[in-house]
Design a protein around this ligand. Structure first.
Ligand code: SF4
Ligand code: SF4
Length: 85
């Protein structure tokens, strides 16, 4: 006879800290941007995309976590993120 295998049921607690609003607001200075694409490539939440002229545009503003990856790595200081409360 085979012993019954205990079943462990894990209930994940609902994430009460779930973010509902963006934490950063992206401001782009198009005339300073050389279109290297770094900010688009490395934004961890897909906030940015390149337009037909290879310049970044904001496509998902609600996803911005305000991490400042983009504005601290932009070689032309063409992108600034303002932290939102
Ligand atoms: S601050 Fe972070 S999340 Fe917001 S656009 Fe820049 S890289 Fe993306
Ligand atoms: S990192 Fe700066 S220069 Fe490069 S595409 Fe983004 S805004 Fe333009």
């Amino acid at each position: 006879m085979v012993d019954a295998v205990p079943v462990i049921q894990i209930t994940l607690a609902e994430d009460s800290n779930k973010r509902k609003k963006p934490r950063g607001q992206v401001v782009l200075f198009g005339s300073w941007c050389k279109g290297c694409g770094l900010c688009v490539e490395f934004c961890p939440t897909g906030v940015l995309a390149l337009d037909e002229n290879d310049h970044p545009i904001v496509i998902k503003p609600e996803n911005c976590t305000g991490c400042h990856w983009c504005d601290t790595h932009c070689p032309d200081m063409a992108i600034v993120v303002k932290r939102l409360d």
